[in-house]
Design a protein around this ligand. Sequence first.
Ligand SMILES: [Zn+2]
Length: 456
Amino acid sequence: MDDKIAPHLEELTRALGDLEKTGIRAEFEKLIAFRVPPDVAKESILRKFGGKRKTLKVKDLSANIKNFELTGRILDLGEKSIRQQAGTQEKPSRLYTGVLADETGSVLFSSWRELPGSIGDVINIKNAYVRIWQNRIRLSIGEQSPVSKISGSSLPPLSELSASQKKKLIDIGAADFSVDTIACVLKLSYREILVKGRKSRVISGVLADETGRLPFTAWIELPGIDIGSIIRIEGAQVRIFRGMPSINILSSTKVSSIGSDETGKLSFTFESAAKDPVPLKIQEINSRDSMFDVSIAGNLVSVRPGSGIVSRCPECSRVIQKGNCRVHGKVEGIWDMRIKAVMDDGTGSVSVMFPRELAEIIYGKTLEEAEQLMFSDVSKDAVYEDLRRFLTGRYLAVRGNSSRSEFGISFVAENAWVPEEDLAVRVVELLRRLEPDEEDGQDKSPQVSGGGIELA
Ligand SMILES: [Zn+2]
């Protein structure tokens, strides 16, 4: 009997961690006691406790995901001892850190348990999770993450995986460790900062190719490189700033200008890359973790609560309630206005945030005018109600950045306008969606019914 169930228990332990602690073993034994065949019991337990478990590739990793399985080759591995406070006692423990890669990318990891492999080996991790640490995505292997060594894996060899990956800008994501790319410098600015008490110059700007744009920061001088230069970057690091990947050029990164013989073979020129971005479908925005400097257009189908006038802490700009900042306590708040609205273009919807300058433009009232409305009305939601009446259903185009947080994708607008040129096309499209035809009309009309669309 035990011989029959032992392999299943082993498999469950590998998949779900400590069976005793989680009560899974008791559950399994109950099924066996009810004469459920061991393999059926195992499957049922896996479905019940590992139902949300998924197998991911490195490129799929993004902030705050957990309980997934991943297989990768160890590119780098080190250990350090850390003193952890356990109650009143300090207990020393070991943290193993390194880089793990598959054919889609490489990622930093940290593990509280010793790994069953070393540099070059392929390991499989279950119940892994992701943390953001020092602006980088980090794969975390915890006490409850079973790790096993895989022999005969079909993953590319160490030499191939440890080379930087050549990527177009649109494919560079949070999980990339080191990348090579060819791009054109669209924007460039210098600022002085203090690094370890010494003044040093940092260059920041925007890169573009035919697929998209990304911000960059260079911690080294870039002689001969200016706006319009097309450059090859090798071994740049990817960092995450406000949910957005950013290319970091360090002293270990190689940057060179591309000669005119080679620029002819590229799919972009400075002129094509510098053009204003063409509006994307919201569906595409929602399919990616983040997009930098893109535009979308659609109807504002609802204005979210929290829009209108808010009071901010003068120290940290957090929104405060009743003159109290979560961090700084009692403060003299500063009035600000913002609008959060849901934009829908028929392919999907996304939450768009309009900061004060844009809120004033699309609302047609300044902060001061909105304040007067707030103080002249008995309802404390006067501005929010007015915003809803005025904005719901309006058609707008916005340009800015989108990024994923635990609440889903949000878009921060940096520019907004009413696209006049395609008004006629849009009216036809709207009529088509409002008038259900025989085949597929029924399920489409609710998309626009909530907003009370008006063409202003
Ligand atoms: Zn504060």
